[in-house]
Design a protein around this ligand. Structure first.
Ligand code: AMP
Ligand code: MG
Length: 338
C-alpha cells in the first residue's frame, strides 16, 4: 500500500500559459494510483478543472482497493460472508468488468485481487511468490464467483479470500466521466490523460489531427516509437513497462494471466486500443495483452470501430488497418497490417 501513500504528497501542478497565441492550460494531480492530467484549449475555466478532478476523486473513493471505505474494499472485506450494497456507478463498472471477463474468456478478470496482493508489483513488498502461494491463490480467481443482485445493487464474492481489483477498467471509466464534464462545459478541444488512458477531443488549432505517441516499452516515459494521428478517440495502452520489477534477468510485470497466476508472457510488450469509449478500451487493452496476439486478433475482428496496435518483444509491430501511425523509432518495424 506504500506506493499509494504518494497520494499524501499529491502534487497539484496548475499551469496556465499562452502558447502559439492560444490560451491553453493544464492541470495535473496524482489520483487513481497514477498521474492524471487534463489540458483544455481555449476555454480553460478553473471550475471545469475542479469539477473534473473532484469527479475523479469521487470515483477513486468508490473504486480504489487502497481506500478502506471504498465500495470495493467493503465488498472484498465481506467476501465469503455477505453481499454488500454498492453505489450505482460502482455496480455499473463491475457489471461491465464482468462483461469483459466473459467476452475475453477470463483473460480479463476483475477478481485478480489476490494475485495483485501476492506479487505486490510496484510496491515495496514486491516479490516472486512461492509456487504454493500461487496454487493457493488460483481458486480465488474466478469472475464467475461474483454474484450481483441488480435490484438491490449488491455484490457478493462467494469465497472467503476473494477480492476485486478494478485497476484495469476504472481509469477508463473516469476518463469517460471527465469527457462528459468537459463537453458539458462547452470545451471542444481537450486532452485527457489518466495514467495513459488518453482521450483527445477536437483538433489542433490549425485544424490538423492530434499526435499521440506510443510509448517505447523499453524506455522511460515520454520516449515514443511513433505517433498516432487522430481525433475524438480514446487511446489506451496496457504494457509491461507500467509496473514491474526484474529478478534473474526476468521482468515480472503487473498484467496477470489469471489461469496461471503469473504475469502474462506471450511475446507482447504492449497493446494499445483505440475506440470511442475509454472504459471499453481500458478493459480490452488488458484483456488483449493477457490473451496474446493470436486470440486478441480474433476478438478485435469482432469489434467494428475498435483498432488495436500490438508491440512485440522482437520489436515488430502489428496494427489494424484503421490506424494512422508514423513510426519514428526505426529500431522497431511494422510487420503487418490487419
Ligand atoms: P491496465 O494498465 O489497464 O492494463 O491494468 C492493469 C491493472 O489491472 C493491474 O495493475 C492490476 O491491478 C489489474 N490486473 C492485472 N491483471 C489483470 C487481469 N488479467 N484482468 C483484470 N485486471 C488485471
Ligand atoms: Mg486496462
Amino acid at each position: 500500500m506504500k506506493t499509494f501513500n504518494i497520494i499524501i504528497f499529491t502534487v497539484i501542478i496548475s499551469l496556465c500559459f499562452i502558447s502559439c497565441g492560444q490560451k491553453q492550460s493544464s492541470h495535473t494531480e496524482f489520483a487513481l494510483g497514477t498521474v492524471c492530467s487534463v489540458t483544455l484549449f481555449e476555454q480553460s475555466e478553473k471550475s471545469i478543472y475542479n469539477e473534473v478532478f473532484s469527479r475523479i476523486r469521487e470515483i477513486e473513493n468508490l473504486m480504489s482497493v487502497n481506500i478502506p471505505s471504498s465500495d470495493i474494499s467493503r465488498v472484498n472485506a465481506a467476501a465469503g460472508t455477505e453481499p454488500v450494497i454498492v453505489h450505482e456507478e460502482t455496480f455499473k463498472v463491475i457489471e461491465r468488468a464482468l462483461y469483459y471477463a466473459e467476452f475475453s474468456g477470463g483473460a480479463f478478470d476483475l477478481t485478480v485481487g489476490p494475485l495483485v496482493s501476492l506479487w505486490g508489483i510496484g510496491k515495496e513488498e514486491q516479490r516472486i511468490p512461492l509456487r504454493q502461494e500461487i496454487l493457493d491463490a488460483l481458486p480465488l480467481i474466478n469472475w464467475r464467483n461474483v454474484e450481483l443482485d441488480r435490484q438491490k445493487k449488491s455484490v457478493f464474492l462467494k469465497i472467503k479470500g476473494m477480492s476485486l481489483d478494478l485497476g484495469a477498467i476504472a481509469k477508463g471509466y473516469a476518463a469517460d466521466e471527465a469527457v462528459k464534464i468537459i463537453k458539458r462545459g462547452g470545451v471542444k478541444r481537450a486532452i485527457i490523460d489518466l495514467g495513459g488512458n488518453i482521450v483527445v477531443l477536437g483538433e489542433k488549432k490549425d485544424g490538423s489531427l492530434w499526435n499521440v505517441g506510443i510509448q517505447n516499452p523499453d524506455k522511460n516515459r515520454g520516449d515514443v516509437i511513433g505517433f498516432l494521428q487522430l481525433t475524438e478517440k480514446t487511446i489506451v495502452t496496457s504494457g509491461v513497462y507500467e509496473r514491474f520489477f526484474e529478478e534473474n534477468n526476468q521482468r515480472y510485470h503487473h498484467l496477470f494471466d489469471p489461469s496461471r497466476g503469473y504475469p502474462a508472457k506471450n511475446g507482447l510488450l504492449s497493446v494499445t486500443l483505440i475506440t470511442d469509449i475509454s472504459m471499453d478500451a481500458d478493459a480490452l487493452s488488458t484483456a488483449l495483452f493477457v490473451l496474446g496476439y493470436e486470440e486478441g486478433k480474433k476478438l478485435i475482428a469482432s469489434l467494428p470501430g475498435t483498432e488495436a496496435f500490438f508491440v512485440f518483444e522482437d520489436r515488430s509491430i502489428i496494427m489494424t488497418d484503421g490506424i494512422n501511425f508514423t513510426l519514428t523509432d526505426k529500431t522497431f518495424y511494422i510487420k503487418n497490417i490487419l
